[in-house]
Design a protein around this ligand. Structure first.
Ligand SMILES: [Zn+2]
Length: 293
């Protein structure tokens, strides 16, 4: 279970959200069999999606982050609901690289830097909101900061971290986001800049035993922060047999009949949670009829 906390400065001008996603990233590793570097990349993006999802307002709101910079990981997608529950998938979870020149997992290397970060907010309107920016670093946190600066004009600090153990299990994972709430209080910026300088990496703080609340309060030091709300977040997939049927119907009558003629049982696997849904050829023929309508 991950823990999300949102804290607000006394004057309401600075919001800081922090989350411990160790369990969520462990689940990503378990489901997808990710390499150390892929765990770091997917874990960072999932942590960002969790926080950004948690900033959405309504029960049916969905936030998707998608990044592909031409690296060996392929497209990495994370989807979060308004509670920050998140699911994730990627093309090549086994992608890996040697440590980079700073001795760190080479997230930018497997994500790549030649491509885009897309932020899709589905708020139940006719069309979802889509913001897309060119990747600036591929390390993800800086790309999220850039997205907020360019697409939403909100000054934001984002830090994300995943610490992978030698046996590839996830030791710690989490992140925080500090955001200025308009009208911007200039003096708050000075505090935040100082606070960030004093803060260790997210995983170092989690390893030292700090809770998300304590991390958020470090971000708001000097600004008299208080907890706004806190709750638990999990890795959650909302796939179902009905949704899988809809996906099958979307591939069309001809393709469904072809599948039905090829195999007695067709298995469809959810990319996000690996759950398998079996369809007999008779069921596929039925779906093909629905596709025709
Ligand atoms: Zn699923």
């Amino acid at each position: 279970m991950g823990k999300m906390v949102r804290c607000l400065s006394a004057d309401g001008s600075v919001l800081c959200c922090a989350v411990d996603t160790t369990d969520i990233v462990s689940e990503i590793h378990r489901i997808h069999g990710t390499s150390a570097t892929a765990s770091a990349a997917a874990g960072r993006l999932a942590t960002a999606a969790s926080i950004m999802g948690g900033l959405m307002k309504s029960e049916n709101d969905r936030l998707t982050l998608r990044i592909n910079g031409g690296g060996s990981l392929g497209t990495l997608t994370c989807v979060a609901d308004y509670m920050g529950n998140v699911k994730c998938c990627m093309d090549n979870p086994m992608a890996d690289l040697p440590l980079n020149s700073q001795g760190k997992l080479d997230v930018a290397g497997i994500v790549g830097t030649d491509g885009y970060l897309a932020v899709i907010k589905d708020m139940g309107l006719k069309e979802p909101y889509i913001g897309q920016i060119p990747i600036v670093s591929g390390e993800i946190a800086m790309d999220i900061t850039q997205y907020y600066a360019v697409s939403e004009q909100i000054p934001t600090v984002c830090a994300l971290g995943v610490l992978v153990d030698k046996d590839l299990s996830i030791k710690k994972a989490g992140g925080y986001l500090i955001q200025l709430v308009p009208p911007v209080n200039e003096s708050a910026i000075d505090y935040i800049e100082e606070n960030i300088k004093d803060m260790q990496s997210v995983t170092a703080m989690l390893e030292a035993g700090l809770t998300p609340e304590e991390i958020a309060m470090k971000g708001l030091k000097g600004l008299d922060g208080a907890v706004l709300d806190e709750w638990e977040t999990v890795y959650a997939c909302d796939c179902s047999r009905e949704r899988t049927e809809q996906v099958l119907i979307a591939i069309g009558e001809k393709e469904l009949n072809k599948l039905a003629s090829e195999k007695e049982i067709t298995e469809v696997c959810c990319h996000f949670c690996d759950k398998k849904y079996s369809f007999t050829s008779a069921e596929l023929i039925d779906l093909a009829k629905r596709a025709k309508k």
